[in-house]
Structure formats: structure tokens, C-alpha cells
Ligand binder design. Structure first.
Ligand code: TXA
Ligand code: MG
Length: 337
């Protein structure tokens, strides 16, 4: 299957993307977080094509994207008050709300056998225009091959899914760079199942108590989970080792790894650049830039012959929680020792 990449600004780009979706095909499209691979969420066969194209395990549910507030009640029986407050405060935006789904509306494979569905309204002009033209809910995971870093540019989607999907709608680089916050609002105290662009602090200011499991709690059996968080994720080909953002420690680590005959790619804030690293990819200078560059920096390593990737960490405040969650997954929790 030939994969057509169309700029959203080209004539008829939206019409073509909407027509493919309406006909039960899958289409890659940008959001404010990462690129998604969409299919109409009420069409089970179309949704099955997402799992096939990505090589995604079928027990990992998908997020449903909507273009207007009015649609919420088509899919959700009773919208909890805290969910309503979150929608008013953060939609459109990088927040997915897990709620009890109405029966027999959203295709079963979207929810992977659960009774709940994750809804979000993306804050991206191209995504919103497409959704509002189509006027149907769109199930969309990140548009990468399962296990790979999420795509933040159309060319990343092409690298991973060429010949597997008919079309990518190119809206340029995404802004935030890490996936949406997933918040379970089915319980009295809502739980963050995946940290993202809307931080715990931002949520607490609107709805009060929010539970964000620590790493230990997240691994405990009793803690509710996003089924997807158990899989290896976001991983480039070479192994990733985490290291504190400390120039001296980084210099010593590079020396030791090179003494073992390894070529080292260093991923860090610009201020931590080291001449001795075989490759250097910058995370930018602020935490927001770090989020925006995380995945393309991890992907860039795959184009080198580096044997090991040394990635500098950050603290867990604000969007740092999302960054560290993705970095630890990419590294399988391995720190340089
Ligand atoms: O920013 C984003 O959320 C991007 C863009 C494309 O919107 N999408 C995305 O989708 O990251 P995906 O499939 O890569 O991640 C969805 C996450 C998974 O961890 C999944 O387990 C969780 O959301 N999830 C989806 N539905 C759920 C549900 N009903 N209950 C619990 N977790 C759910
Ligand atoms: Mg993903």
C-alpha cells in the first residue's frame, strides 16, 4: 500500500483524510502532543487496522478523540462533576478522561474489553478541523510502530508506517511532545494513570485531591493502571542509560563507556554538551523544550552507530513527571553505574 503524505494546507487534504476515515481506513494526523493513527471509533474493522499497522497488543485500549463538547454525551452515560470541571478548564488540551462508557456505541476493540473509555479533545487546529469535518469520534494511539518512540513529526510516522497506512496528514511538528495526561475520573479521588502535559499541580488547582502513584505504587497490584503502561515503550535500538544532569558525572560515564569500546550518544540539555561524546542530541534548554525534543532526540540516535545512549534526567516537578516517566520506560529503569 502506498502511503501518501499530504500537507494540511494542500487543497482537499482534509476532505481526502475524512473520506478515507469514513470509508473505514486509518490515517495519521497531528495533535498537540504527538501524531496519532486514527480510525472511526464506532467501526470495529477500521479500529482493527490500527492494531495491525502498529503491531499493538489487543489488550491495550485506545483514546477516543472528539472535536466538540456536545459529543461527550453520545459516548458517556453520566459525566462526573470533576470530569466536567476538567473539560472546561483543559479542553481542548492534553488531558484524556477515563469514564464509564455508554454500552454498544464505541467499538469493543477500542476499549479492549474494559467498561470505560478515554476521551480527549486535542488542542491542534489540524486535528480539530479534521474531527469537525468528519463528525465522528476517532480512536487514535500514537502513530509509531509498537515499542518505538512516539512520532512528533509526519516524517517519523512515515519512517514507521510507510506501506502500512494509506495517508498521513502533515501539520508540522507537534508542540508538547509527550502524550496526554490520562486521568481516571471514575473514582472519588481521580488517579493519574499516565503523567503528561496537564500536570498534577494544574489538575489539583481545579478539582482538589488527585492521586499520582509513585513508581513503587504504580508497580503495586492494587493501583489502577493504564493497561498500556506495562509494555516496553519509547525505546530506540541502542540501550538507554539514565544519568543525573551533572557535567562531572557525565564526563566520567562517557570515559568509562568508551573505555569498554562503546560509542556514546549523549542526550542532554544544551548546557551539558560534552565534546568527548561521539554524538550529542540536545533536549533544548527548558523542561518544556525537553518534552518537545525527547522523542526526536531518541529517534535521532537510531540514525547513528552509537552503542549506548546516555540520557540526562530532570526533576519530577510539573511536566518533569511526564518526561521522567517516558525516559525511565525508554531505559527500562537502567541508570549508569
Ligand atoms: O497524547 C495522546 O494521548 C496521544 C495522541 C495521539 O492523542 N495518544 C496516545 O495514545 O498516547 P496511546 O494509545 O499511545 O496511549 C493511550 C494510553 C495507554 O496507556 C492506554 O492503556 C490508556 O491510554 N488508556 C486508554 N483507554 C483506557 C481506559 N479505558 N482505561 C485505562 N487506560 C486507558
Ligand atoms: Mg503510544
Amino acid at each position: 500500500m502506498k502511503t501518501i503524505v499530504k500537507q494540511a494546507t494542500e487543497p482537499h487534504a482534509y476532505e481526502e483524510a475524512a473520506a478515507l476515515l469514513a470509508a473505514g481506513e486509518v490515517v495519521g494526523f497531528p495533535t498537540e502532543t504527538v501524531y496519532g493513527l486514527g480510525a472511526v471509533a464506532t467501526n470495529e474493522e477500521a479500529v482493527a487496522k490500527i492494531f495491525a499497522a502498529k503491531g499493538r497488543p489487543s489488550d491495550n485500549p485506545l483514546i477516543v478523540h472528539i472535536g466538540t463538547m456536545e459529543e461527550v454525551e453520545c459516548y458517556i452515560e453520566e459525566v462526573p462533576e470533576k470530569a466536567r470541571l476538567c473539560m472546561e478548564a483543559f479542553w481542548p488540551g492534553p488531558l484524556t478522561l477515563i469514564m464509564k462508557a455508554k454500552e454498544h456505541v464505541i467499538a469493543e476493540n477500542v476499549m479492549a474489553g474494559l467498561q470505560t473509555v478515554g476521551l480527549r479533545m486535542p488542542d491542534n487546529e489540524v486535528a480539530l478541523t479534521l474531527l469537525r469535518k468528519l463528525r465522528q469520534p476517532v480512536a487514535a494511539p500514537s502513530a509509531n510502530r509498537s515499542g518505538k518512540p512516539s512520532p512528533t513529526e509526519a516524517k517519523h510516522v512515515y519512517e514507521d508506517l510507510q506501506q502500512r497506512i494509506p495517508m498521513i496528514l502533515d501539520g508540522g511538528a507537534t508542540g508538547i511532545g509527550v502524550e496526554s495526561t490520562v486521568l481516571d475520573v471514575t473514582t472519588d479521588v481521580p488517579t493519574i494513570l499516565r503523567p503528561g502535559g496537564v500536570t498534577k499541580e494544574m489538575l489539583a488547582a481545579i478539582i482538589g485531591d488527585v492521586f499520582q502513584p509513585t513508581k513503587l505504587q504504580a508497580e503495586a497490584k492494587e493501583t489502577p493502571k493504564a493497561p498500556g503502561m506495562k509494555y516496553t515503550h519509547y525505546a530506540p535500538n541502542a540501550p538507554v542509560l539514565l544519568i543525573e544532569p551533572d557535567a562531572q558525572k557525565i564526563i566520567i560515564a562517557i570515559e568509562k563507556l568508551q573505555a569498554d569500546g562503546k560509542k556514546v550518544a549523549l542526550l542532554a540539555m544544551t548546557s551539558l554538551r560534552q565534546q568527548t561524546a561521539n554524538y550529542f542530541f540536545s533536549f533544548g534548554e527548558t523542561k518544556d523544550e525537553m518534552a518537545a525534543h525527547l522523542y526526536d532526540a531518541l529517534r535521532a540516535c537510531d540514525a547513528t552507530d552509537a552503542d549506548v545512549i546516555l540520557a540526562a534526567t530532570t526533576d519530577e516537578d510539573g511536566v518533569g513527571a511526564a518526561i521522567m516517566n517516558r525516559l525511565e520506560k525508554a531505559a527500562g529503569n537502567a541508570y549508569f553505574k
